[in-house]
Design a protein around this ligand. Structure first.
Ligand SMILES: NC(=O)C1=CN([C@@H]2O[C@H](COP(=O)(O)OP(=O)(O)OC[C@H]3O[C@@H](n4cnc5c(N)ncnc54)[C@H](OP(=O)(O)O)[C@@H]3O)[C@@H](O)[C@H]2O)C=CC1
Ligand SMILES: CC[C@](O)(C(C)=O)C(=O)O
Ligand SMILES: [Mg+2]
Ligand SMILES: [Mg+2]
Length: 332
């Protein structure tokens, strides 16, 4: 079994007394900044003026321009959107990095696909939480954590691995488990997971189920509860005790349906499509397409985003969630 590091295995000495600059204050940025601060580290935040800048200030941080934050940092963690990182790196980060400091990422995309080429005089590592930023913060506050991968791309100080582990510990990841990886493995598996299973696979599965029921004349509200709302309750059981715990809790009728009908929906053909998705990630075709889409001003991204928002599951979901006061929707 791979070595999994927990709080007790990590010596945090290599990060103690250092200044960490968190560049970006979005999903991951706010969580890393607040968790590290609560873990006792000295954190400054680097941003442009705008919504995040005001929010980080309100949250009590020392907020500076990106360049001013990087100048004083022993560790610079880049938590800007992947597609925006190369430009900000060239203009504001590269020339402000202190010699022998560390440049860090939460995803290996830009380094792995050569969009950012770090200088030779700094450590380069990643700490990639295996979960959304808002949950990185929420679980930390609940005395729990989201697991993370760490990986070293460049080790100038001889300490990069220890600093990365201490950083992962500081954001709460070592409460759940921290695992060593490479930039290549993190980048390829993360892209695959979000495309084929966690985001792309899941939304397509949910929509296909919802559409099959509503096309057959069933009520959209029933289809929403069946295919989306209940998903969390089922996944919670898998999170807590794996598929065996979910199967322990559901009826034998459901378990028989799981065995005989699940593989008719997700089958060898689906796995072959997943293989194609993985190949396009590995050979750089996906990365190239995403970079070009951004250079063109995101025409396809915006068009698909708009049409997805108009899917009937959106409106019915908003109505039903509004009637469940215990369901918090932070984006409304
Ligand atoms: N989202 C997630 O849960 C996960 C993300 N990651 C990785 O973490 C990194 C950050 O992603 P994510 O947290 O989703 O990003 P977000 O889109 O949530 O946040 C981006 C932040 O960067 C700021 N920003 C954008 N452009 C600039 C700029 N030119 N100058 C200064 N600040 C800028 C934004 O501020 P403003 O308000 O001014 O726009 C915002 O605070 C990525 O590498 C991603 O792959 C890894 C694991 C999970
Ligand atoms: C699953 C999507 C993710 O990879 C994540 C939250 O881990 C991301 O890039 O946001
Ligand atoms: Mg991920
Ligand atoms: Mg990702």
């Amino acid at each position: 079994m791979a070595k999994v590091y927990y709080d007790k295995d990590i010596n945090t000495g290599s990060l103690q007394g250092k200044t960490v600059a968190i560049v970006g204050y979005g999903s991951q940025g706010h969580a890393h900044a607040q968790n590290l601060r609560d873990s006792g580290y000295s954190v400054i935040v680097g941003l442009r003026e705008g919504k995040s800048f005001d929010k980080a200030k309100e949250d009590g941080f020392d907020v500076r321009t990106v360049g001013e934050a990087v100048k004083d940092a022993d560790v610079t963690m880049v938590l800007l959107p992947d597609e925006g990182q190369p430009k900000v790196y060239e203009a504001e980060i590269k020339d402000n990095l202190k010699e022998n400091s560390a440049l860090a990422f939460a995803h290996g995309f830009n380094v792995h696909f050569n969009q950012i080429v770090p200088p030779e005089n700094v450590d380069v590592f990643l700490v990639a939480p295996k979960g959304p930023g808002h949950l990185v913060r929420r679980t930390y506050q609940e005395e729990a954590g989201v697991p993370a991968l760490f990986g070293v791309f460049q080790d100038v100080s001889g300490n990069a691995s220890d600093v990365a582990k201490a950083y992962a510990q500081g954001i709460g990841a070592a409460r759940a488990g921290v695992l060593e990886t490479s930039f290549q493995e993190e980048t390829e598996t993360d892209l695959f997971g979000e495309q084929a299973v966690l985001c792309g696979g899941l939304t397509s599965l949910v929509k296909a189920g919802f559409e099959t029921l509503t096309d057959a004349g069933y009520q959209p509200e029933v289809a929403y509860f069946e295919c989306l709302h209940e998903l969390k309750l089922i996944v919670d059981l898998m999170y807590e005790g794996g598929m065996e715990n979910m199967r322990y809790s559901i009826s034998d009728t459901a378990q028989w349906g799981d065995f005989v009908s699940g593989p008719r929906v997700i089958n060898e053909e689906t796995k072959a499509r997943m293989g194609e998705v993985l190949t396009e990630i590995q050979n750089g075709q996906f990365a190239k397409g995403w970079i070009l889409e951004n250079q063109a001003g995101r025409p396809q991204y915006n068009a698909i985003n708009n049409s997805e928002y108009k899917h009937p599951i959106t409106a019915v979901g908003q109505e039903l969630r509004d009637l469940m006061p215990f369901v918090q929707n932070p984006i409304r």
